[in-house]
Design a protein around this ligand. Structure first.
Ligand code: FES
Length: 97
């Protein structure tokens, strides 16, 4: 991967069309049908946000829209649940990493 992170996707799995998203300013591979959370995980991102109260690292927990631990900024809109949002080509994502 061009962003220096590890590609954690399982080889040989049939995927949607390859697209590119911009994560913290870096062009990152993703596939149609993936959520933003899964694309970030697959690209090796481990910290999605910082908790307001204790300034702790946070990342997806439930993966189904309940816990709100996966919030990121997408196309300039803050606090979007990355586990509930599908990637689009050219989407710009910001994490607290
Ligand atoms: S991982 Fe729980 S709301 Fe997204």
């Amino acid at each position: 991967m061009s962003n220096g992170l590890t590609n954690l996707r399982i080889k040989g799995i049939e995927r949607g069309k390859r697209v590119y998203i911009i994560v913290n300013g870096k062009k990152t591979e993703a596939y149609e049908g993936e959520t933003v959370a899964s694309a970030l995980w697959a690209a090796g991102y481990k910290k999605f946000r910082t908790s307001v109260k204790n300034r702790e690292n946070r990342a997806p927990l439930c993966g189904m829209g309940v816990c709100y631990e996966c919030l990121v900024t997408i196309n300039g809109i803050p606090n979007i649940r990355s586990c509930m949002t599908y990637v689009n080509n050219g989407m710009e994502i910001e994490t607290d990493e």
